[in-house]
Design a protein around this ligand. Structure first.
Ligand code: PRP
Ligand code: URA
Length: 208
C-alpha cells in the first residue's frame, strides 16, 4: 500500500508560502519550484536501495555505494517541466520521459497530447513530476500510461495537492507513493486548488 508523504520541512513550508504569493514574479516562481523540488526529491528518494561497491580514494580502497535502481522522471507538460532541472541536477544519470497531458476546460478530463516514452523500458522506478494534484485526473492518467507499459514502481512528486486529488490518485493507484509539499483545503468551481497558487503553468511561464 502506498503512502502520502506531506513534507514537514521548515524550508519547504517557507518556500511554498513565497510560491503562493500572488506578487511572486515568474523568475522567482521558477526558482522556488526548483528549490522545493530538490527538497521533495530528497524525501522521495530516502529509501532507494543501494548496492555496495569499492572505491579507490587517493589513500586507500574503501566501501562505497551505488544506486540499485535505474531512475526515470516523467514530467507532465507543461507545468512539470519546471521540476526537471532540479531532478536532473540531483540524478543526472536518470532518463526523462515527457508526457503531455492537459485538463480539458469544460469536462476537466485529462487529454494526452504528447507521449515520449521510449520503447525500451530501462528503468526500475518512475518519478512523476507535476506541481499540482487537483482533481487527480492528470496524475491518474500518467500513472495509467506507465502501468500499461508494465512499470509498477511509480512515485508522484508534486508541490500542492487538493484532498480530492489525493483521494482520486490513491483510489486509482493504491500502490504508489505520493510526495507533496502541502495538502490544501479544497477545489473551487473551476477545480482550482484553494488556497493553492493559481495556475502553475501560467505562473512559471508568464502566460495567462
Ligand atoms: C495543470 C497541472 C496538472 C493538472 C492538475 O496542468 O500542471 O497537470 O493541471 O489538474 P488535475 O489534477 O485536475 O488533472 P494544466 O492542465 O493546466 O496544463 P499546463 O501544465 O499545460 O498548463
Ligand atoms: N492546475 C493548476 O495549475 N492549478 C490548480 O489549482 C489546479 C490545476
Amino acid at each position: 500500500m502506498g503512502k502520502v508523504h506531506v513534507s514537514s520541512h521548515p524550508l519547504v513550508a517557507h518556500k511554498v508560502t513565497l510560491l503562493r504569493d500572488v506578487n511572486t514574479e515568474p523568475k522567482r516562481f521558477r526558482e522556488l519550484v526548483d528549490e522545493i523540488t530538490s527538497l521533495l526529491l530528497y524525501e522521495a528518494t530516502l529509501d532507494f536501495p543501494l548496492r555496495e561497491i569499492e572505491v579507490q580514494t587517493p589513500l586507500a580502497t574503501t566501501r562505497g555505494y551505488d544506486l540499485q535502481w535505474r531512475i526515470g522522471f516523467v514530467p507532465i507538460l507543461r507545468a512539470g517541466l519546471g521540476m526537471v532541472p532540479a531532478a536532473l541536477r540531483l540524478m543526472p544519470f536518470a532518463e526523462v520521459w515527457h508526457l503531455g497531458i492537459y485538463r480539458e476546460h469544460d469536462t476537466l478530463r485529462p487529454v494526452e497530447y504528447y507521449n515520449k516514452l521510449p520503447q525500451d523500458m530501462k528503468i526500475d522506478v518512475a518519478l512523476v513530476l507535476d506541481p499540482m494534484l487537483a482533481t487527480g485526473g492528470s496524475a491518474v492518467a500518467a500513472v495509467d500510461v506507465l502501468k500499461l507499459r508494465n512499470l509498477s514502481a511509480v512515485r508522484f512528486v508534486g508541490l500542492i495537492a487538493a484532498p480530492e486529488g489525493i483521494e482520486a490518485l490513491t483510489r486509482a493507484h493504491p500502490d504508489i507513493e505520493i510526495y507533496v509539499a502541502a495538502v490544501d483545503s479544497h477545489l473551487n468551481d473551476q477545480a482550482y486548488i484553494v488556497p493553492g497558487l493559481g495556475d502553475a503553468g501560467d505562473r512559471q511561464f508568464g502566460t495567462g
